[in-house]
Design a protein around this ligand. Structure first.
Ligand SMILES: [Zn+2]
Ligand SMILES: [Zn+2]
Length: 142
């Protein structure tokens, strides 16, 4: 697969004197085919279907590479699982996390974004990225 994302990863990997291995490619493909907010364990299970010899450590390290190269966003909703979602060419959003059932609601509010910029400006601060996670209960869980 010659995707834009593969080029981004290859670029990053070459700049850092690493190699694009068969296993790293498999992790990238599984990640690109994954749903939003996929956990490392879920990805690992998928990858082992085609790469039974891959180690969990390789999956972790490759996901770290994907994060550093700007393809993935890493998130931690406090349930003991690192999760990832697509970052390359995707619009920014924030998250609401139900602490009962684990449901994740995505949102984007222009005023929240604007006020963050305003607060940063008042403090002479330049925001390069941000994460906003709200925790609570969804409709189903009351
Ligand atoms: Zn819920
Ligand atoms: Zn999301």
């Amino acid at each position: 697969m010659e995707s834009e994302e593969l080029k981004v990863l290859e670029n990053y990997i070459t700049r850092h004197n690493l190699k694009i291995t068969h296993q790293r490619r498999a992790v990238l493909n599984a990640f690109l085919n994954s749903d939003k907010h996929v956990s490392v364990e879920e990805l690992y299970t998928t990858i082992t279907e085609t790469e039974p010899k891959i180690g969990l450590a390789t999956v972790y390290r490759t996901l770290a590479l994907l994060t550093k190269s700007g393809l993935a966003l890493e998130m931690d909703f406090g349930d003991g699982q690192k999760r990832y979602e697509h970052s390359y060419m995707h619009a920014h959003h924030d998250h609401m996390v139900c602490t009962e059932c684990g449901k994740i609601i995505e949102f984007n509010h222009p005023l929240i974004e604007k006020f963050q910029e305003e607060v940063a400006r008042q403090n002479g601060f330049t925001i390069t990225s941000h994460k906003l996670d709200l925790f609570g209960h969804c409709n189903d869980c009351g």
